[in-house]
Design a protein around this ligand. Structure first.
Ligand SMILES: C[S@@+](CC[C@H](N)C(=O)[O-])C[C@H]1O[C@@H](n2cnc3c(N)ncnc32)[C@H](O)[C@@H]1O
Length: 198
């Protein structure tokens, strides 16, 4: 598998346990920043009633496409190129948008684009599910997350662990309401917002 992610291997089971409650009545998942495709393959196999749409930046698209083709899971759709800041997200609407470990990699303008795109793409009644590390009240949830943030910023100054409050404000600005904030292993969170029915 190209671009194999050890953290995906570690977090997929705890995320699965949350998804069992969250995705029982869902139909179509749009995943933003699918990386290697490990999550797409793992979750699509366990939720066969879902269609799973993986997406990636053009620069990481080829590896994702190869990985998905090798496994050929029926309900994983061919990946699409998606940069959250492209003018229009050229994807089908979805009743779930999922992204893992992306908001601290993108710069803040891209995080803003992400929420604008989600606001336009998520169906009424749908859920946005975001997995990753966050700060609360300006504080890290652990010393290791503080160290991780330093490491991220040294590698790329525009990246960094996001403040939950700032991210939640972007979600609220596009009409989403926070439904759950679940503490996950390794000092990560699973954040779930819902878009009200019209
Ligand atoms: C740390 S990886 C996480 C990949 C995968 N979701 C996982 O959990 O292993 C961050 C991903 O965010 C994607 N990404 C970064 N900027 C992006 C953008 N502007 N639009 C869409 N995806 C982006 C990268 O291509 C990369 O695959």
């Amino acid at each position: 598998m190209l671009n194999f992610s050890p953290s995906c291997e570690r977090n997929q089971q705890p995320i699965l346990e949350q998804f069992q409650g969250l995705l029982a009545d869902s139909r179509h998942v749009l995943e933003v920043g699918s990386g290697s495709g490990q999550h797409a393959l793992f979750f699509a196999r366990r939720f066969p009633w879902l269609t799973w749409q993986p997406t990636e930046l053009i620069m990481n698209y080829g590896a994702l496409q190869l990985n998905l083709m090798e496994e050929a899971v029926e309900n994983v759709l061919p990946p699409q190129v998606l940069d959250v800041c492209q003018p229009r997200w050229d994807v089908d609407s979805a009743d779930v948008v999922f992204t893992a470990n992306t908001l601290h990699i993108m710069g803040w303008p891209q995080v803003e684009c992400f929420f604008t795109g989600v606001g336009a793409t998520l169906e009424p009644g749908g859920q946005l599910i975001v997995y990753g590390p966050f700060r609360y009240g300006g504080d890290y949830t652990s010393a290791s997350n503080a160290g991780f943030d330093q490491w991220l910023k040294q590698r790329d100054p525009v990246s960094g662990i996001r403040d939950f409050e700032a991210v939640n404000a972007l979600a609220e600005a596009v009409g989403l309401a926070l439904r759950a904030d679940v503490a996950m292993p390794a000092n990560n969170q699973l954040l779930v917002w819902v878009k009200p029915e019209v």
